[in-house]
Design a protein around this ligand. Structure first.
Ligand code: SF4
Length: 581
């Protein structure tokens, strides 16, 4: 063998190397012998080339053979490599052999015709099954001493998986190797731990810790010795015992985090915004996630139509820009020709769409065009309806996107100083005679019909569903005047009337509903002040952005939240009624 020169001082090492070299060359011949299964006759040149390639791929172990090590390879890479023991994983249907489909556009029979008539050789798809069979045969031959064939009985969700037909064949036909009976591993770790294969010295740290837990033993000492996760484990176990407990009382792990003065003071100083309070009324845990923990929901980028929220934002932007132009042109006191109004709408929309395109892209051209057409039609309809309304009511717009503040002093909690309320008003309208203000808020709706909550704003305020109207009604405008009403203008492309208004009269605070309204706001604020952030599941959960952080499907948590007094109080608010005046 070239390169090996006798050297008496390294006799022993050389003999190891020579033995390894001899084993490697034997391995190469063994690989080539496997090719005999193909039954092909090859020329001397072809044989020599294949032999040279196999020799190039052969490796000499760095260490003597007892430490040859473990290789993890895929089946293709393991072809022709000899192993002492081989573990072949994934002997399940559609995995090994893999699932092969014919090409729907060029069937195998057509490929054969192309080959036979025109001489175009296009590989047949289903011939892949023959390749898989050959691969399996080569792998079986590759194991010199032991071959383990493994398959999965069930997937991670517990669905049973079919065994590969190859395994059936091996069992039916048999082989020249001595066989051991099939070993079926139990699914549960607790059952497996009693098997000799899972003797403690062979387990990883995690398996050992898990085993101790399953056998009702404390693994803290092991965790502490191995990596310092013992404290986390003890906290986890304590929390778990509380969560799974039989008690009917809400606890700190159910959202009762307790009063936190600094947070309440900061909220009182900043001012109360209607939307977060409305969120608390819907579900205190949702409020906790977004307003206290400030969790950011993960939003999937929309691939199809633009989401309703984006359409709503675009409508708002186009309306603001359009009304600023119209007001500058003297509208609505001065009647503008329809063509001129249309021009203003188009210019405003063009600007807003261009800004959106440069900032966010447009997605599919067709859906973007549809969205633009919808918004343009909606804004045009709003302006037309507004023209009529302004003429009839005498109101005309004087401000857009106005930051406003007010005072909530009507509650029966003397220890609370009058609370500041704040908000951003879409539009402020003024009437000269008699003098008065109204606040307008645009709402984009995608449903097919108007919900009851949107029809009766007093009732939905009393129930805590819509808190913008009553709190906006407390906000002072320029010269310390209060608005006489708040109006929601709904832009709904699929409703019978695409533009619809709902009103909340500011005088409602002093009518019969006013007392209930105060009670609702006070109940919600008391919950926020006391740090009660329990879950309150209902139909809206399907659209909740914090569902991944919520334990509404955990039976004991659901039951504690459902039967608790604070949750009952919030549910009670939703059943209140007000008389129609
Ligand atoms: S999923 Fe339902 S219960 Fe859970 S946080 Fe959201 S709204 Fe609340």
């Amino acid at each position: 063998i070239p390169g090996l020169v006798a050297d008496s001082s390294e006799e022993e090492e050389r003999s190891d190397r020579l033995a390894a070299l001899g084993a490697a060359i034997h391995g190469v011949f063994a690989q080539l012998r496997q090719l005999d299964r193909l039954g092909e006759t090859v020329s001397w040149d072809e044989w020599a080339r294949t032999f040279a390639q196999a020799m190039e791929r052969a490796r000499l172990p760095i260490e003597p053979s007892p430490h040859a090590g473990v290789q993890v390879l895929d089946a293709m890479a393991a072809r022709g490599v000899p192993f002492r023991a081989l573990f072949l994983l994934g002997l399940n249907e559609k995995i090994f052999p893999r699932f092969i489909r014919e090409d729907a556009f060029l069937r195998d029979r057509n490929r054969r015709v192309l080959d036979a008539t025109l001489g175009y050789k296009v590989d047949e798809k289903l011939a892949g099954y023959d390749e898989e069979r050959l691969l399996f045969a080569l792998l079986q031959q590759a194991a010199r001493q032991r071959l383990y064939l493994l398959y999965q009985r069930a997937d991670a969700e517990g669905r049973s998986l079919a065994v590969s037909a190859y395994l059936d064949e091996v069992q039916r036909v048999g082989s020249d190797r001595p066989r051991e009976p099939e070993l079926r591993l139990p699914r549960r770790l607790s059952d497996r731990l009693s098997l000799p294969l899972f003797a403690r010295p062979l387990l990883t740290r995690e398996e050992l810790a898990l085993g101790l837990i399953l056998q009702d033993q404390d693994p803290s000492a092991l965790l502490e010795a191995a990596g310092g996760e013992a404290l986390l484990f003890r906290h986890g176990m304590h929390a778990l015992r509380l969560l799974e407990g039989e008690t009917h009382e809400l606890g700190p792990h159910d959202g009762l985090v307790g009063r936190f003065d600094r947070r309440w003071e900061a909220l009182a100083a900043r001012g109360l915004a209607p939307t977060p309070l409305q969120q608390y009324a819907r579900c205190p845990f949702q409020y906790f996630s977004s307003q206290v923990l400030r969790l950011e929901p993960v939003r999937q980028p929309a691939m199809g139509e633009l989401p309703a929220q984006v359409l709503g934002e675009l409508c708002h932007a186009v309306l603001r820009s359009c009304y600023q132009r119209l007001v500058a042109a003297g509208w609505p006191q001065r009647e503008l020709p329809p063509a001129s109004v249309q021009d203003h709408v188009r210019c405003a929309a063009g600007e807003v769409f261009a800004a959106y395109e440069s900032g966010h892209g447009t997605g599919y051209a067709l859906t973007w065009q549809l969205a633009q057409d919808t918004i343009l039609a909606l804004v045009t309809a709003v302006v037309e309806e507004d023209q009529e309304d302004c003429r009839a009511s005498g109101f005309h717009p004087i401000g857009f996107e106005v930051e406003a503040e007010g005072t909530l002093s009507v509650l029966d909690r003397p220890e609370w100083k009058p609370l500041k309320v704040r908000g951003r008003l879409d539009r402020v309208d003024r009437r000269e005679t008699p003098p008065g203000f109204r606040l307008v808020d645009y709402k984009y709706r995608q449903g097919s019909k108007m919900k009851d909550d949107d029809k009766n704003l007093v009732l939905s305020a009393v129930r805590g569903f819509r808190l913008q109207p009553p709190l906006y009604a407390l906000m002072t405008i320029s010269d310390r005047s209060l608005p006489e009403r708040v109006e929601f203008v709904f832009l709904a492309p699929h409703w019978e009337s695409v533009v619809t208004r709902s009103r909340f009269e500011a005088s409602s605070w002093h009518a019969e509903a006013g007392q209930k309204l105060k009670q609702t706001v006070q109940t919600l604020l008391e919950g926020v002040e006391a740090g009660q952030y329990f879950i309150l599941p209902d139909g809206y959960c399907d659209h909740c952005e914090f569902t991944a952080a919520c334990r509404r499907y955990h039976g004991p948590t659901w039951w504690r939240a459902h039967s608790s007094a604070p949750a009952r109080r919030l549910r009670q608010l939703r059943k209140q009624k007000v008389s129609r005046t």
